[in-house]
Design a protein around this ligand. Sequence first.
Ligand SMILES: [Zn+2]
Ligand SMILES: [Zn+2]
Length: 259
Amino acid sequence: MRITFLGTGSIIPTARRFASSVLVTRGDLMLLLDCGPSTLEKMRVLGVNPNHVAMLLITHFHVDHVSDLLPLIKLRAFDEKGYAAELPSQLLIIGPTGLKRLLSHLIEDIGEFSYLSSTLHCFDYVTLVELSHGQGLEQLGCQVSAAAVSHFNGLAYRLTVDGKSVVYSGDTVPDERLVKLAAGCDLLIHECSFPEGMLLGKHTTDAQLAELLPRIRPKKTAVVHLYPVWEPREAELSEKFASLGYDVMVAKDLDSLEL
Ligand SMILES: [Zn+2]
Ligand SMILES: [Zn+2]
């Protein structure tokens, strides 16, 4: 399984980072975790066809995690030459409660966007599944488990493919439900929005994450959702975790690793 970090920052673009998205591939299978702004542009740079994404897991509905959703849905109605696709590939979108209401509002209620449904028939090829805390499903050879986290109506996910497990926190404060979900995972992708002493909003600092790691005991960790304040302090961040004995990658956009 290959993990490619498409977006590792916040809504504020920096030299190395922009909003949230992670691409997961295993053979022909392609999944996305969140699809913030620039997700499609990053895929274009990598030469990845977004129509091959079979499943999208959305952690919550903040703009920096979902804004490429409508383009991702629209472009699937077309083939690579720009003609109407004879048989658009299926896209399974999984998200917290409210996913169906959000899509219905965007696509059915907003007249300017309603052609996505009435003309492009997007709901023939898009399936929406809402999960809540403790629920999961098995699709496309992947096992997905969800846990609620304390960030609006956020969900964290544990994704298991071929016996390897990835846990993605989305945005959250340190949360016991995530500690349980992530226990012993192969890769923990956890937000680390701000340095200790500079925390804003419902997020996690480096010091808080350092307290979680010995309890979760992931084989490897990648920190994402870094606000611009981290950019000149990246070495400090990775040295801090290394000095504590943790294998932590300070991910930047387009980094990737093999599990
Ligand atoms: Zn958020
Ligand atoms: Zn966010």
